[in-house]
Ligand binder design. Structure first.
Ligand SMILES: [Zn+2]
Length: 271
């Protein structure tokens, strides 16, 4: 069986499950490796949520995905469920400084407490990937680290001060049917135009498998605007997509094939 870059077996979905981060509503769509390595990633995620940045509803998180490292041929550690992405829109691939200095100090403390078993993509020497945390130690080493930290309690702490993008709330969430979807989605009442004008309305689509098709945007002044969002994935098991909605969006036309179903979520600033 193929291995991901860190040596864990890749592509075996029987080894993957999808638990919540303890004490939160956050999951990592796609899931995590069962056992101590995935559990240590969950522990790190809980620490990130309480000590670094409120993970909110879990929007923009990601776990298992059978794919290569972007820009390379070797399999990503996501392909073995031994990596997580923490809020991709806030911490996009290739961008540095998406966490402030205090947050970075706390991240380093958390990773030290995890016995050095988890590496942060912000520490990559080349292209930074600050959303990304991955296992770089054996299952046995992760089990030892987990035993060392379990028993340590996670104090409830107030959320960090809001930064732009932190106050997105779910306005609507709709499930994609298994198979072909062709429906309209109305922008929630009271949030059209004015709120959208802040460019904080975000559409996200997460497939439980591949998703292909198009999303059309209806504008409140100009009728249907052909703003086709092509949602595809290159042969992987999961698909995800997000983008800001244009100003004045009142309706979305969803025409998507989702063989395994999925979800469509609109988030934004509710005024
Ligand atoms: Zn990642």
């Amino acid at each position: 069986m193929a291995s991901s870059q860190n040596g864990y077996p890749a592509g075996d979905r029987s080894l993957i499950h999808n638990p919540r981060v303890p004490g939160t509503s956050i999951t990592f769509p796609g899931g995590l490796r069962r056992g101590p390595t995935g559990d240590l990633l969950l522990w790190v995620a809980a620490q990130l949520h309480h000590r670094v940045e409120d993970g909110g509803t879990g929007y923009g998180m990601w776990g298992y995905a059978y794919r290569a490292i972007r820009g390379a041929t070797s399999l990503s550690n996501h392909a073995s469920g031994t990596a997580i992405d923490w809020h991709a829109p806030r911490h996009p691939l290739g961008k540095s400084g998406t966490f402030n200095a205090a947050q970075v100090r706390e991240i380093r403390k958390i990773l030290a407490e995890a016995g050095g078993c988890i590496r942060w993509g912000g520490d990559y020497t080349g292209r930074k990937d600050e959303m990304h945390f991955e296992a770089v130690a054996s299952e046995a080493a992760c089990a030892r680290a987990l035993a060392a930290v379990s028993g340590s309690t996670t104090p409830e702490q107030p959320a960090r001060p809001a930064t732009p993008g932190d106050d997105l709330v779910i306005l609507d969430k709709t499930f994609l049917a298994v198979g072909h979807n062709d429906f309209r989605l109305t922008v929630p009442v009271g949030t059209a135009s004015a709120a959208w004008g802040l460019s904080t309305a975000v559409l996200s689509i997460v497939g439980n498998g591949p998703v292909t098709g198009t999303v059309y945007v209806q504008d409140d002044k100009r009728g249907i605007v052909n703003w086709p969002i092509k949602v595809t994935n290159a042969g992987g098991i999961c698909a995800r997509f997000w983008d800001y909605l244009p100003n004045g969006t009142t309706q979305l036309g969803i025409v998507l094939d989702a063989p395994n179903g999925g979800t469509v979520t609109i988030e934004g600033k509710a005024k």
